[in-house]
Design a protein around this ligand. Structure first.
Ligand code: SF4
Ligand code: SF4
Length: 344
């Protein structure tokens, strides 16, 4: 008889938003998704009843090697301060730096998952002066290394799997765990930032409801406008790698559907873009962040052509919060305009 796949989840320097997002998993819900995959939760701060001594005992049993561990998940960055001691964040009820507990658990696991951009790259916790010394498990921002070092490999020979996002889409996690539990996840399933390709093989731009506005460079000017947010409102959907507009969040919607530009939260360093999230940096009126793989000259030429050809409907609606000009049926309009139409 094979035993269940054992999963342990620890939280460190983050906001808990990735767990919150995960609890919203639908079709199926989180508990059913894990059960169906044959996953047993050794401990999770929000899903397990155990706390205090009992929780520490479960974690220690894994960290010491007394009990096996298949999947280790860390949510939140590792806080290495002050001066690399990690003592800003200690395991509750002990004096041990959480950083050391994370290291001891990570080396025991067959698969190590950094859940969320904090655990992957440092994320929001690492923004600004980063007095707490926040880093990811395998990256410190864009720099390979993090807590575990660039050479780290888990028990099954894989690097840390970075389920980046702030927060993660619940399916990014459940799908990865299901693949692991089924024994069909290997190094070919991750991209250059060690993120699962199942969701980073797309651009956020794919499936965005504003694509028609994008094609004709009909731009939004304010956050609730209907037009494309690339030109003025800082949208990075044409460069950001995620399937947010293909795989609906909470049954429907995405940041773009909520009238907020994509800030590329699945990428390292997203937390400090060097400008306001809702502003597009430009040089001579041309956005600095151009679509992935598109030469600047092409973008400029195509943008001016498409601007010249923008249908009145899109131009009228782009900077409005609701449609003011509706689509028309040209054939019907032409028939209605025929001379003699309506006369007997
Ligand atoms: S990645 Fe974002 S949502 Fe997740 S713990 Fe960090 S700050 Fe919170
Ligand atoms: S708003 Fe962003 S994601 Fe949507 S079409 Fe424009 S550039 Fe693409």
């Amino acid at each position: 008889m094979t035993r269940p796949v054992r999963l342990l989840w620890l939280q460190s320097g983050g906001c808990g938003g990735c767990t919150l997002s995960l609890l919203g998993a639908q079709g199926p819900d989180l508990v059913s998704a894990l059960e169906l995959a044959g996953v047993e939760i050794v401990w999770h701060p929000s899903l397990s009843a155990a706390s205090g001594r009992e929780a520490r005992a479960r974690i220690e049993a894994v960290a010491s090697g007394e009990e096996p561990l298949d999947i280790f998940c860390l949510e939140g960055s590792v806080m290495t301060g002050p001066d690399g001691t990690g003592l800003f964040h200690r395991m509750a009820g002990t004096d041990e730096a959480m950083m050391r507990v994370i290291e001891r658990v990570a080396v025991r696991a067959d698969y190590v998952l950094a859940v969320g951009s904090c655990a992957a790259f440092g994320g929001i916790t690492a923004a600004g002066g980063n007095e707490v010394g926040a880093v990811g498990l395998a990256y410190d921002g864009r720099q390979a290394g993090g807590l575990l070092g660039p050479e780290f490999r888990s028990g099954k020979g894989l690097p840390v799997i970075n389920i980046a996002g702030c927060p993660i889409h619940p399916d990014w996690f459940t799908q990865t765990v299901q693949q692991i539990a089924a024994g069909v996840f290997d190094e070919r399933d991750i991209d250059e930032w060690q993120r699962p390709l199942a969701y980073t093989g797309h651009l956020v731009h794919h499936g965005c409801a504003r694509n028609e506005f994008y094609e004709f460079k009909a731009s939004a000017e304010n956050l609730c406008d209907m037009g494309c947010m690339m030109e003025h409102l800082g949208c990075k959907g044409t460069q950001a790698r995620a399937d947010c507009n293909i795989r609906a969040w909470n049954g429907s919607g995405s940041c773009l559907d909520g009238n907020y530009p994509c800030i590329n939260c699945t990428a390292p360093g997203f937390e400090e873009p060097g400008h306001e999230f809702t502003q597009t940096p430009k040089i001579s009126g041309i956005p600095v962040g151009l679509p992935t793989d598109m030469p600047k000259a092409w973008f400029v030429a195509l943008a001016s052509l498409s601007k010249a050809a923008t249908p009145a409907r899109l131009k009228d609606n782009a900077a409005r919060d609701r449609m003011v000009t509706l689509p028309r049926d040209k054939a019907r309009d032409a028939a209605a305009a025929k001379p003699g139409k309506g006369k007997r």
